[in-house]
Design a protein around this ligand. Structure first.
Ligand code: FES
Ligand SMILES: [Fe+2]
Length: 364
């Protein structure tokens, strides 16, 4: 993907949105869970919780309990369901030598191999090799860990590729980053409202005064590029922010000079910002058709200026919080039953692309 250098505003026709019922109907969410979230790479945690052999975390992924562990051979992801009679084998997080199921003590190694089962000597021809925990694809991207419920998934490197290359081209050094802070947004709207709001900056000048004072959010200043399943948005600080250090909301000196707001289908949105080495990851997952949990995970480099980090977090948390009432209002409008189809203007073309991905996955 090549970055856009367009210098004139986009033009085009009004485009029809997805029907409002796609955002309110629990039956659609059920299909999306199966066809979208259970078939894509999902961000599940960070490597700081998996730094030494024996470390493990457990997560729920689309209703499936998962355990991710580190052994001396690397990181493993498994379905956290005992092969004996379905009990969860691991709980919480921590460090262990093996996973001993709390029900009847079948015991699994850190890579999911069954290593012991009480009374199995009473079973004729019991072969432990037949009963490992189900293994899942797992990938590590800098300090982030991803798992897929689908076993024949697109290679992770291919999925993250365009966004990885684009973020690194800004000067962001992923490999030096550690997670510093998580901000949680509990939002009364459909996950697609969250994604679509992130995928346009048409609302920035209206709804994000501090962001728009700091960055160029005009139709020519805020550029988008759309690939098959990646979206890359770029903007730069306003000229007066660069010349007047006191006017910036946080200290912007550092190796990164642009703001890049990226997205990889379906629910992973990594950003980087001018200043010290940083990555802000926005991830969101549906809880119900009208309920989404979003996370801002802040990653910084050891030794960064702390005050600059704190000001940076305050600035971005404010932008994130400004979106919540907007997208909750959108959900109420969708639930009103009085307007089935909305419209997209040319500066929202990447939403059309997103909605086509939804249409293709849901195939209704
Ligand atoms: S369910 Fe795990 S040992 Fe019985
Ligand atoms: Fe916004």
């Amino acid at each position: 993907m090549t970055l856009s250098t367009e210098q004139t505003p986009r033009t085009g026709e009004l485009i029809k949105t997805l029907p409002a019922s796609y955002y309110t109907d629990p039956a659609i969410l059920e299909i999306e869970q199966k066809e979208i979230f259970a078939k894509s790479w999902q961000y599940v945690g960070t490597t700081d919780a998996l730094s030494k052999p024996g470390d493990f975390i457990t997560v729920d992924l689309v209703g499936v309990p998962i355990v991710v562990s580190r052994s001396k051979d690397g990181v493993h992801a498994m379905v956290n369901v005992c092969r004996h009679r379905f009990h969860e084998v691991a709980s919480g997080c921590g460090n262990t030598r093996a996973f001993k199921c709390p029900y009847h003590a079948w015991t699994y190694g850190l890579d999911g191999s069954l290593i012991g089962a009480p009374r199995s000597q009473q079973v004729e021809n019991f072969d432990k090799a037949e009963f490992p925990l189900e293994r899942l694809p797992v990938a590590v991207w800098g300090p982030l860990v991803f798992v897929s419920l689908k076993t024949d998934i697109q290679p992770f490197e291919e999925w993250i590729g365009p966004v990885d290359a684009s973020l690194r081209a800004t000067g962001m050094n992923l490999d030096l980053l550690v997670m510093r802070k998580r901000t949680t947004f509990d939002i009364a709207c459909n996950w697609k409202v969250v994604a679509e709001n992130y995928l346009e900056c048409y609302h920035c000048q209206v709804a994000h005064p501090n962001y728009s004072r700091t960055f160029d959010t005009t139709p020519v200043g805020y550029t988008f590029d759309t690939d098959q399943q990646s979206f890359i948005a770029n903007t730069s600080p306003q000229a007066k922010i660069l010349t007047d250090e006191g006017a910036a909301p946080y200290k912007m000196q550092g190796p990164i000079s642009v703001n890049q707001n990226d997205y990889v289908w379906p629910n992973f949105a990594p950003m980087t910002w001018p200043g010290q080495n940083n990555l802000l990851v926005y991830s969101f997952r549906p809880v119900a058709a009208d309920h989404t949990i979003g996370y801002f995970d802040y990653f910084f480099e050891e030794g960064n200026d702390q005050q600059a980090e704190e000001e940076f977090i305050a600035f971005l948390d404010e932008v994130g919080a400004e979106d919540v009432p907007l997208i909750e209002s959108v959900q109420r409008g969708m639930a009103s039953g009085r307007l089935e189809i909305g419209r997209l203007v040319p500066d929202e073309q990447q939403i059309e692309h997103f909605q086509n991905l939804v249409r293709a996955a849901v195939a209704l």
